[in-house]
Design a binder for this molecule. Sequence first.
Ligand code: NAP
Length: 253
Amino acid sequence: MHHIWPGEHARVVDEPELERLYSYPAEPTWLAVNFVSSADGAVAIRGRSAGLSNPADRVVFQLGSDLADVVLRGAGTVKKFHGVHPDEQTAERRRRHGLAPVPPTAVVTTGLSLPPTAPVITEAVTPTIVITCGAAPQDLRKAWEAAGARVFVAGDQAVDLAAAVAMLTEDGLGRIDCEGGPRLFASLLSAGLVDELRLTLSPLLVSGDASRITAGLPVDPAELELASVLADGSTLLLRYLTTQLQQVDGELR
Ligand SMILES: NC(=O)c1ccc[n+]([C@@H]2O[C@H](COP(=O)([O-])OP(=O)(O)OC[C@H]3O[C@@H](n4cnc5c(N)ncnc54)[C@H](OP(=O)(O)O)[C@@H]3O)[C@@H](O)[C@H]2O)c1
């Protein structure tokens, strides 16, 4: 057990160190999931995560997309999202890291809740990638394309997320910053696709019936290995690496 806070060894983290901590490793694919949660586990206050966030969370959240090839979201988290529109700091950071000027957004949908008029498609700087499945109607797929999106079909009746991640990687978009909600996170976890969890623990208790950071069918537990801890006032900014345990003969291994 280590005593990490308060500590005489605490020091201020500068920007190069922040960028180093939040960079994506040199792997063909690396999928990092971002969340902010209250101390009692809620991911939203009155349906929105904004009330849980704070300046420190916004710094690390920004690093997630600034250093990624693509931002991944579910259709449940793009209703008011207009895609990435970099400011000068982001543009400079991406230039320095040799990244494309603007990462596209990839939106996962079966076709039920992503209209072609969604701002994430119509207002995107880099064409948005709609990741859908064979069950999505042909005319809807054509309408997404007519509105400026690229359409990837992964899976038949449901979106096959492993196939989707493979398609993104083949497209040169292997550094994946997931800003989706609890349902997308649970599906990615159940497919064993999550490499890293970036979790801000916000110093708030909010009660209510908001979701946790995962929502869906139970998965075999994913074990987390702590990769870094930053503190800003009473906010904790945690990075964990995941290792998914599997049931073998009734035991978790
Ligand atoms: N605190 C935080 O950091 C944080 C972050 C994100 C979101 N949130 C909160 O979470 C809530 C939204 O969560 P959400 O779970 O609805 O968003 P989400 O996971 O981003 O989107 C879920 C949607 O993704 C689509 N989808 C298609 N295939 C899927 C698959 N295989 N697995 C999962 N999703 C698939 C479905 O849309 P179709 O019906 O179109 O198929 C589904 O309704 C909001 O209240 C938001 O504030 C909080």
